[in-house]
Ligand binder design. Structure first.
Ligand SMILES: Nc1ncnc2c1ncn2[C@@H]1O[C@H](COP(=O)(O)OP(=O)(O)OP(=O)(O)O)[C@@H](O)[C@H]1O
Ligand SMILES: [Mg+2]
Length: 243
């Protein structure tokens, strides 16, 4: 009973209501409305500059917080909610320290259990052999895997992944996709952006398709890849330029 009370409330459903972001004169996101359901994997698709990364950042509270248009299980963002989610950036941001220290930095207490968790996670992303290597000397793909491991360390219930496999070789790509599916099975909600249609098909239950700052459709993945609702999405998945 006491434990139940202490357990944090779920962050889902996430309701985005009429979210717009204006940077200078430009509308980066334009009246976005959507609902993200419990424990799903959502893929955000759309051409370069469509607003996908900005959308993830606004969910994470990095931008647009003052507009108060995003509700996490009926609550506005606060420190408690923010601690229960992690955003892995498109470009990894690592400390000028070793791989191990980058992981330890996330934890408040560097006790034995935490170190065991760190070792397990580094093994999961295939980086345990580089524990003492300066993180900035890792290759691009290795840095991306370290960023994911760091995000998983806090065990968030919502994971926001911005092109998590963009620089990865086929082996690492499989590794990360397995981790994503595994974490979803354990109950995490995962929202990821990708330009890899195969990946969206393999992972996503639902697709959000963005173009020019607008959310053009939210469709079940299986239906989206059969026939998207909008002409823009049809052109996009057929590799045509969107005007
Ligand atoms: N700090 C900023 N100031 C001004 N414009 C910005 C800023 N950050 C992003 N933008 C613009 O916002 C738009 C959306 O950018 P965003 O990074 O969300 O695109 P994206 O869909 O993630 O594209 P990609 O597939 O290339 O990663 C772009 O036109 C970009 O130039
Ligand atoms: Mg982006």
């Amino acid at each position: 009973m006491f434990d139940k009370q202490k357990k944090s409330k779920s962050l889902t459903p996430i309701v985005v209501s009429n979210l717009s972001i204006l940077l200078g004169e430009i509308k980066i996101l334009d009246k976005i409305n959507c609902k993200i359901h419990n424990e799903s994997i959502i893929a955000i698709l759309g051409p370069n500059g469509a607003g996908k990364s900005m959308f993830l950042k606004s969910i994470n509270g990095l931008i647009g917080v003052e507009s108060r248009k995003i509700y996490f299980n009926s609550r506005e963002i606060n420190d408690h909610i923010r601690k229960d989610m992690a955003l892995v950036f498109q470009k990894p941001t690592l400390l000028r320290r070793t791989v191990l220290e980058n992981m330890q930095f996330v934890l408040e207490k560097k006790n034995k259990i935490s170190n065991l968790q760190i070792t397990n996670l580094l093994q999961r992303v295939g980086l345990d052999i580089y524990k003492y290597k300066p993180a900035r000397l890792l290759s691009g793909g290795e840095q991306q895997r370290l960023s994911l491991a760091r995000a998983l360390l806090i065990n968030p219930s919502l994971l926001l992944l911005d092109e998590p496999t963009a620089n990865l070789d086929p082996y690492s790509l499989n590794l990360i996709e397995e981790i994503i599916l595994d974490e979803n099975k354990k109950g995490k909600t995962i929202i990821l952006t990708t330009h890899d249609m195969g990946q969206a098909k393999r992972l996503a239950k639902e697709i959000l398709f963005f173009n020019k700052g607008k959310l053009l459709e939210q469709t079940k993945a299986i239906n989206f890849f059969k026939k998207p609702k909008t002409k823009e999405a049809q052109s996009y998945i057929n590799g045509k330029i969107l005007l």
